[in-house]
Each structure stands twice: as C-alpha cells, then as structure tokens.
Design a protein around this ligand. Structure first.
Ligand SMILES: NC(=O)c1ccc[n+]([C@@H]2O[C@H](COP(=O)([O-])OP(=O)(O)OC[C@H]3O[C@@H](n4cnc5c(N)ncnc54)[C@H](O)[C@@H]3O)[C@@H](O)[C@H]2O)c1
Length: 268
C-alpha cells in the first residue's frame, strides 16, 4: 500500500478503542504495520468502564481488513517485562520500530487536589506518566539500533498546558509528559528521532462519553471543555491526523513541540 508511512512500523499503546484504535487504523491507512497493546481490564480508581478484550480484537480486525499486519497483546503499560516482551516480539516480526504513539491513559476525578486519595494519585502517575515512560523506554533502543530515525508522540492533554480544577493528578501527569518529551527530544535528536506531545481538547471517546465523566466534567470543570472553534468535541481521527503528519517526512524537522489539537481551547 502506498502511503506517507509505507514501510514503517508503529508501536501504539491503549490501542483497544478510542484514540489509540484510531491511531492504529490511520497509521495503517498510510502504509504502516502496527505493534499494539492495551490493558483490557478495569483499574480500581477509574470510574468509567475501561476497554475489554473484544475491543482490542476489533482493532486487530480493522487493521487486517486494510491488509496490513498487527501484533496485538493485552499488557499493562506499567509492566516493564510485558511491554519489553511485546516490543521484542514485534521487532522479531517486523524488524523495526519507526513510530511510537504512547497514548494509553486514564482519568479520575475529585472535588479538588486535597481531596484526592493516595490510590487515585498513585495510579494516575503510574499509568499516565510512568506507563508512557516505560512504553517509550522499551522502543527507543530498537529505534536507535535500526538507525532509521523516527517519531515518538506522547499523548498529553490540554490539561498538560493549563491547570484544571478536579483533576490535579491528571494535570500533573500530563504536564510531566512535556518534561519527558523535551528531554527525550534533546537526547534523541542526534539519532534523528523526533519527540513531540499532542494536547487534545475533549475527544469523542468512551473516556469522556460516559455518564460518570460527563457529569463530573460538567461539575468540576465548569464548562472547561469549551473550545474557541465552534465544536463541542473532536473526533479521534482529528488527533490521529496530527500524529500522521508529525510521524511522516512532512514533519521531519519538528521536534520538542507541545502541539495543541484543541480547537483553540488552550488560548482561552
Ligand atoms: N477523550 C478525551 O477527551 C481526551 C482529551 C485529552 C487527552 N486524552 C488522552 O488521550 C489518550 C487516549 O484516551 P481516549 O480518549 O482514547 O480514552 P479511552 O479510555 O477510550 O482509551 C484509553 C485506552 O487506554 C487503555 N489503558 C488505560 N490504562 C492502560 C494501561 N495501564 N496499560 C495499557 N492500556 C491502558 C484503556 O484500556 C483504553 O483502551 C489518554 O492518554 C487520554 O488521557 C483524552
């Protein structure tokens, strides 16, 4: 298949549904093969249903329908051994990794920062910051060894650019990703591996389109999902398209950038 990413291999976390699934499909539409994983089980502090095994199978089906290859496994981004093993398996299958989409994440809510429980804080930092670190760490040595350069995109949030009442732990993790990205961008520049963050506003995925999140977002963020452009929520593919551009040759000199894909939310 000809495409902007023909011959490339992408490693996508949180690929069972939502943005991760859209990234996998969109990257495949541009010619990439995919190594994908998702936890496919419920975490204790997450107040909405997380992905299940059937969701990841559907991602596999969608990729295979496009006549491309995917290695998909159930794994927890916090599990170093599982993530490293999947990367090894994927590289054995495809021979390389060119693109990393560290997308897996959770959200939970509290009235304010000082109401957060230890469990909410710890699980958030472990998944949304440490899990991203571990995802990237697993892939980087293979990318360096292959010598092909590459593109790493960490999924942050508008909460990685602004304070947001009710989700201090989420905002802390998402701001933390910017520090990780800027440092990696410097460390990996000599290898022509670029590292950027994307910062979506509200996206139409099961993370926010569920009864619990919808009610809490309204209460706690006081209409904070309001964008400058006349759109309530973006679609997952809007974020995927930014990632395709960042990861293609068109983005070859873009690194160290915190890119809002946010309909102008962050400037308000
Ligand atoms: N939806 C939004 O409004 C929005 C806005 C800004 C940023 N984000 C971020 O976008 C990313 C994707 O979220 P989404 O909107 O697609 O939500 P989603 O809940 O549909 O998808 C997230 C996926 O990550 C998986 N996951 C969670 N923890 C994991 C772990 N420890 N290991 C492996 N997989 C794990 C989930 O099972 C799920 O399939 C997240 O990082 C989220 O914080 C979302």
């Amino acid at each position: 298949m000809a495409g902007r990413l023909a011959g490339k291999v992408a490693f996508v976390s949180g690929a069972a549904r939502g943005q991760g699934r859209a990234h996998a499909v969109r990257l495949v539409e541009e010619g990439a093969d995919v190594i994908a994983f998702d936890i496919c089980s419920q975490l204790e502090t997450v107040p909405y249903p997380m992905a299940v095994s059937e969701d990841l199978k559907e991602t596999v089906r969608l990729v295979e329908e496009l006549d491309r290859r995917i290695v998909a496994r159930e794994a927890d981004a916090r599990d170093t051994a599982a993530v490293n093993a999947l990367v090894d398996e994927g590289v054995a299958e495809f021979g390389r990794i060119d693109i990393v989409c560290a997308n897996a994440g959770i959200v939970s809510f509290a009235e304010n920062a000082w109401s957060l429980s230890d469990e909410q804080w710890d699980e958030m930092i472990e998944v949304n910051l440490t899990g991203v670190f571990k995802t990237v760490r697993a892939a980087v040595p293979h990318m360096i060894a292959a010598g092909n350069g590459g593109s790493i995109v960490l999924t942050s949030s508008t909460a990685g650019l602004k304070g947001m009442p009710g989700i201090a732990h989420y905002a802390s993790a998402k701001h933390g990703l910017v520090g990780l990205m800027r440092t990696l961008a410097l460390e990996l520049a000599p290898h022509s591996i670029r590292v950027n963050t994307v910062h979506p506003t509200g996206v139409n995925t099961p993370m926010v389109v569920n009864d619990v999140s919808a009610a809490l977002l309204d209460d706690n963020l006081a209409g904070g999902m309001m964008n400058a452009l006349p759109v309530t929520m973006l679609e997952p593919v809007d974020i995927s398209n930014a990632i395709v551009w960042l990861s293609s040759d068109e983005g070859r000199y873009v690194t160290g950038v915190a890119l809002p894909v946010d309909a102008g939310f962050a400037i308000k």
